[in-house]
Design a binder for this molecule. Sequence first.
Ligand SMILES: [Zn+2]
Length: 247
Amino acid sequence: MRTAGPRLRVGQVDELKAELHRDYPVPVSVTLVLDGGWLGSKHSGVLAEQLRAAGRDVSLVFGAPFDPVDSSYKVQGLRRLLRWSNRTGRKLELLRTGPIGIPAVAAGAKVAAIGLSSSTRHLGGPVARRADGVVPRRSPQVFVPRLLHWQRGVDLKGSEITDCSCAACARAGTGLQRFGVAFDSSVPSRVRNAAREHDLHALAGVVRGVGAAADPREELTRLRQDARELAEAVGVPVPKWLGNWDQ
Ligand SMILES: [Zn+2]
């Protein structure tokens, strides 16, 4: 059983304590819906300390307009929580997460629910409008297996990135090139659904590949290294965890 879990703004220590120490008539995992700032260098120590004091299983959801783990400090903060879980045997689940869930499970997380859309990867917040008032054209977000994360279809260039051997792409025959399209308003559901189908196959392929490797952590290290080198070669940004998980 997981508790309901109200959203906790960064620094709301009293509210955090109240959630962690509330009595329930049955065993529960305490759901904490936390602003991404809780993972920052200033607050992750406080959070770890409170988890230690409470000694309960936790189910975590992080909130941010884009990526809640968008700095090396936040990656370190998440790893600090995983170390707490390993040390104490308390279970830690990531209820909404992205590909960072793969190394998190390798590092001891009990569950990592990797979402196919940004709203199932983290709890969103208000996104600021562009100051220049320009409305960007919409292109489907596509999971790129070799980069271990999502990219806009129109930003995918070169066969190293657009080749995909997943079942959906094998059927379509054109790899990820078919998502190199942009629209004035929203992405049509036909295109979005095709991207989701690819995402599902491609992400499952990565997870299966890591899980089936003789040494999953080593395999993940290799994939991360490849992703960083490829991203650098083709000039696309990569999420912070790719470079900061080991340090
Ligand atoms: Zn594919």
